[in-house]
Write a protein that binds this ligand. Structure first.
Ligand SMILES: Nc1ncnc2c1ncn2[C@@H]1O[C@H](COP(=O)(O)OP(=O)(O)OP(=O)(O)O)[C@@H](O)[C@H]1O
Ligand SMILES: N[C@@H](CCO)C(=O)O
Length: 296
């Protein structure tokens, strides 16, 4: 059995903690033979555990505990991923979604998509990465009230260009620079920008959506000191024809939405900056979580 989960790019500016899209980089988990103890073979570096401490297996345990289930067997697993870790492309959410599906498959839980999303939100804390990791495409979601609500949509036709810096930025660290409170007037203004962002995305108006990404009042201005390339990335985008730019997730990845015919020119100007990192031309993943040779 094989579980495949896409990377995700959250926030899109003003959609902080509630909007995200799935992109075509993948985490793959393969279940191999039964074993005396859990073992995960991977090449993700020495900081990623190969035993029960791995987020995949802590997620599996949390789901089994919540469902009052127990597995009689342990397995040898193979994990591979082309999602850069701690870069703002939802690496942790992809593992959480994979861990929920692993529990679903091995314990035959028969979880619905809604139950998987609710579990994922409990573990991750917000839905903007886990929802598109599960469903694919663009998802606008809220777990702010008791029920998790998620609306699936298609991103209007465009290309995605990401700059992924060489350095990690953990979500926890990137959230520490955010203010604890916003005034009533600030909250009203920030949600007005977010509302227009959503309306423009759903009506296919990427020009307005790009404006609203830039006008975010929830998080980018507080985080810009952590990602010094943001201002120049945005300026190049604006000058050479991108629809919009935003800090992907908690950063440091920067994302640009642009018409296909502008990508070469944009890449040319961005490359001249000689920043430390890689550029990725990405596509939307429209499938989300996939299981091959399902046990259910
Ligand atoms: N394949 C994996 N196996 C186990 N743990 C992982 C794996 N991928 C990511 N993680 C854990 O998640 C951490 C990164 O999560 P973090 O939320 O900081 O960033 P991200 O999910 O990559 O980006 P963002 O949430 O901003 O989109 C890693 O440092 C590691 O602890
Ligand atoms: N919305 C989250 C995404 C990263 O988990 C943030 O920006 O902190």
């Amino acid at each position: 059995m094989k579980i495949i989960v896409p990377a995700t790019s959250a926030n899109l500016g003003a959609g902080f903690d509630s909007i995200g899209l799935a992109v075509n980089l993948y985490l793959t988990i393969e279940v191999l033979e039964k074993a005396e103890a859990w073992r995960i073979d991977h090449d993700l570096g020495v900081n990623i555990p190969t035993d029960e401490k791995n987020l995949l297996l802590t997620t599996l345990s949390a789901v089994l505990a919540q469902k009052k289930q127990h597995l009689s067997a342990k397995y040898h697993l193979k994990m591979s991923s082309d999602i850069p870790l701690a870069r703002g492309l939802g690496s942790s959410s992809s593992v959480i979604v994979a861990g929920i599906e692993l529990a679903n498959q091995l314990a035959q839980l028969g979880l619905s998509d809604e139950e998987k999303l609710a579990l994922a939100c409990q573990i991750e804390g917000h839905p903007d990465n886990v929802a598109p990791a599960l469903y694919g495409n663009l998802v606008i979601a809220s777990s702010a009230t008791k029920e998790v609500r998620a609306i699936k949509a298609k991103l209007p036709q465009c290309k995605l260009l990401a700059f992924v810096p060489d350095k990690e930025l953990k979500t926890v660290a990137s959230r520490q620079v955010l203010p604890e409170t916003l005034s009533y007037a600030q909250a009203v203004a920030a949600s007005a920008v977010a509302n227009v962002l959503v309306a423009s995305l759903l009506s296919g108006d990427l020009v307005t959506a790009g404006q609203m990404m830039k006008e975010d009042l929830f998080h980018e201005k507080y985080r810009s000191a952590l990602v010094p390339e943001l201002a120049a990335f945005r300026e190049i985008g604006q000058t050479y024809g991108a629809y919009g730019t935003y800090l992907s997730g908690a950063g440091p990845t920067l994302m640009m939405l642009a018409p296909e015919e502008k990508i070469t020119l944009l890449l040319q100007h961005l490359s001249e900056k000689n920043w430390q990192g890689c550029f990725y031309e990405l596509e939307i993943d429209s499938k989300g979580l996939q299981v091959e040779k399902s046990l259910l």
